[in-house]
Ligand binder design. Structure first.
Ligand code: 5GP
Ligand code: MN
Length: 353
């Protein structure tokens, strides 16, 4: 456990959760494997509190799991996924738990503090940009995934991790670390993965389901976006327009990992994908090489994320987004190049941000 000082101890949070009868857990919009995996894992842990039998994670004591957006296809076969609802009632809840969300906007319409009355909101997350919007906040920025925090929560609750919870939580760990390839994968992360495998999670199956999924339409969309990729300084970037999505027959849900793909280019320190949304906004995904940090730029644009993977959504045209965002990144890279070279010159070991 490496939660920052402003965090509520997990034991205090566990004490509340152990007593709570009616629990609403929510995760962020456009959910990824960690959002869904943590939500379901949390449901199974809550289910396991009393040890009595039930068919799924929400079958007893009023556990409700909710996400505004649909569960993406690769996660639909996770145990309990069919129990996630999109429009939960406002009350009465004993506690509302937000998972994997760095700010309230990321929870979409599900964050309704004005309608929860005195219900405490617990914010469990691992983003460095987390705004501590809960009544109780546990933010562990060293955790590679919110799923890893769920494992610590299981220990704080004294609840054993069963096969279902382990499968959901290992999915979160695998997806947020891109199959254990990100720079925040420590020995502790691998120990958590081992523990989840020993609890019954099948790593090969999870990897196949969650990581080897790229529909043909998304491949076609990548083709169109890659055809117009640009390198400016150390920034590699491209666009996804509504027209390109229509041409490729691709749904309006993310870039399928294109930003992570682009950062493989050795010429780049930062990758960016600008995606037009039907609402006239531009969704922007950022990735950075180890040693560089894009979370600050994302936060300054109203978004958030991690040092090496962040994002935001801004209004306006694609061209306006380029004009606004690319210079910010250039400045950030220059500053970080400066910091790295000064530190190296002073004899410090230069490590990833
Ligand atoms: P992706 O590029 O995969 O959509 O997002 C990468 C990271 O940035 C994730 O950790 C995600 O939570 C964060 N992120 C992406 N878009 C937004 C956004 O609009 N707001 C916030 N706060 N974080 C975002
Ligand atoms: Mn996450």
């Amino acid at each position: 456990m490496n939660a920052t000082q402003t965090s509520t101890p997990l034991t205090d949070i566990a004490a509340i959760l152990r007593r709570a009868q009616r629990v609403l857990a929510i995760c962020h919009i456009s959910p990824d494997g960690d959002a869904i995996g943590s939500l379901l894992g949390f449901g199974w842990l809550m289910h396991g509190r009393s040890g009595t039998a039930g068919a799924g994670p929400t079958q007893e004591r009023g556990i409700t799991l909710a996400c505004v957006d649909n569960v993406p296809t690769p996660y639909r076969s996770l145990p309990g996924a069919t129990e996630i609802i999109s429009d939960p009632p406002d009350w009465p809840w004993d506690v509302v738990v937000a998972l994997d969300a760095s700010d309230p906007q990321r929870l979409g319409g599900l964050f309704r503090p004005d309608r929860y009355g005195k219900t405490p909101i617990i914010n469990l997350d691992h983003h460095v940009t987390n705004l501590r919007f809960g009544d109780l906040n546990y933010v562990d920025t060293q955790a590679a995934a919110t799923a890893q925090i769920m494992v610590d929560l299981a220990d704080a609750l004294g609840v054993p991790i069963g096969r279902e919870a382990a499968t959901c939580l290992l999915t979160g760990l695998v997806t947020d670390t891109l199959s254990f390839r990100t720079s925040n994968v420590t020995a502790q992360v691998m120990a958590t993965a081992l523990r989840l495998m020993e609890a019954g999670a099948n790593l090969a199956e999870i990897t196949e389901q969650a990581m080897n999924y790229k529909p043909l339409s998304m491949m076609r969309l990548w083709g169109l976006a890659l055809a117009r990729v640009r390198l400016q300084g150390e920034i590699i970037w491209t666009d996804i327009t509504g027209e390109m999505r229509a041409q490729a027959g691709a749904a309006d849900d993310g870039d399928g990992g294109l930003t992570s793909f682009l950062i493989r280019a050795p010429e780049a320190k930062v990758s960016v994908v600008f995606s037009e949304t039907p609402k006239g906004q531009v969704e922007i995904g950022f990735r950075a090489r180890p040693g560089y940090n894009v979370s600050g730029v994302a936060l300054s644009l109203g978004g958030g994320g991690h040092p090496q993977a962040a994002g935001c959504t801004i209004s306006g045209s694609l061209a306006a987004a380029h004009t606004r965002v690319l210079p910010l990144l250039r400045t950030a890279i220059d500053a970080q190049n400066g910091n790295l070279s000064v530190m190296a010159h002073m004899g410090f070991e230069v490590k990833p941000a």
